[in-house]
Design a protein around this ligand. Sequence first.
Ligand SMILES: *Cc1c(COP(=O)(O)O)cnc(C)c1O
Length: 360
Amino acid sequence: MRTWVEVDHTALRHNLKAVRKMARKAVIMAVVKANGYGHGLNEVASTFSPGIDVFAVASLGEAIQLRFTEKKKPILLLSAALPTEYPEIGRLGFIPTISTLEEAQKFSKAAPKNAPIHFKIDTGMGRLGAHPEQAFAILREIRKLPLTLHSISTHLAAADSDRALTKKQLQDFEDLVSYLREFAPKIPIHVLNSAGTMLFPAHAHDLVRVGLALYGVSPVPKFQKVLKPALSWKASVTFLNDLPKGQGVSYGSTYITPRAMKVAVLPVGYADGYPRQLSNKGASVLIKGKRCPVLGRVTMDQIMVDVSAVKGIKVGDEAALVGKQGNEEITPTEVAQKADTIPWHLFCGVTGRVTYRYIG
Ligand SMILES: *Cc1c(COP(=O)(O)O)cnc(C)c1O
C-alpha cells in the first residue's frame, strides 16, 4: 500500500473506558461527526456502541450514514439544520439543535407529533443557542408545542484555555437551568466536551459530549497519558535518492542539502491531507524507529525525508507520519502543532485517497 491510516479498535475501547472514569456518573454522548473525526464513522460507532446510549453528529447526512449501523440509538445533530431538512429529520427521529422559538415552530410543523428536540443556550460561544435572557420565554413557548424535549445544553468556548471564562459559562448556565426547571423538571442537561470533562468533571450533569478524547488525543496535555491515539498514518518508501551537498529539495528550493544526503520519497502529500503547512517546520516521520526530518515543501502527492541515518533502508519500507515505531512516537498533537493547527483539524483533513485499515 502507498499510504494508509490504521485505526486500532483496542485503543478506541481503551479510551472509552478512560473517558467513562473521567465522566463519573454522566452518560457519554459519543461525538462521531466528520466521519468519526476522520477515523471512519460506522467503524468507530460500532466499536463504541456497546458502551454508548446516544451519538452526536453534525448534520442530517452524517446521521443517515450512522443509521445504517446504529439502528435504534438516539442521534443528535449538533449543527443547526436547514428548514428544508426538518421533514426528514422528524421522520427519521433525529434530534435537532433548536435555539429559537421560530426554529421550534417550523420544526414542529414539519415533524411528526412529539418529535424529539434538543434546546441549546448560548453562554459565550457566539455560535448557536438561545440568548440567556430569552431562554426562559422561549422554552416556556416550546413546551406548548407538540415536541419532546430530549435535553438542554450549552457549549464551552475555551474549556482548555480559559478557566475564568469557562467557570462563568458553567455558573451562568447552571443558574439559568435552575429557572428552566419550571418547564423542564427532569430533562437531561449537558455541557462538557473533552477538555471540559477532564478539567470540570463536577459539572458533568447528566451527559457529556465527548469527541477528541475517545480517539485517544487529549486537549489537555496532562491527561494524554491515560489515552491511546487510535489512529496511525503510514506510507511506504517509493524511491531512494542520493543527493549531493548543495542540492535544492522540493518546490521553491526552500531547502538546500547541507551535506550529501540519502533522501527517501514517500507517496503522501497535501492531497492526502498531510498539511502543506508542515513545509520547513521541523516535522519528521519514523522509519525503522528513527526520526527522519521532512525536507523542503510538502507537495501534492509526495514528501521527501532525510534517511541518511537509517541503515539498510529499501523501497517498500514502512514510514509512520503519525504513530509509533520502536521507542519513538509521533503524536497527532505534535504533527498538528508543527502545522500550526489542532489535532481535530489534522484528523478530518485525511482525504479519500488514503486507504483505511482496522486492527484490534
Ligand atoms: C464537536 C463538539 C463536541 C466535542 O468536542 P471535543 O472537544 O472533540 O470533545 C462537543 N459539543 C459540541 C457542540 C461540538 O460541536
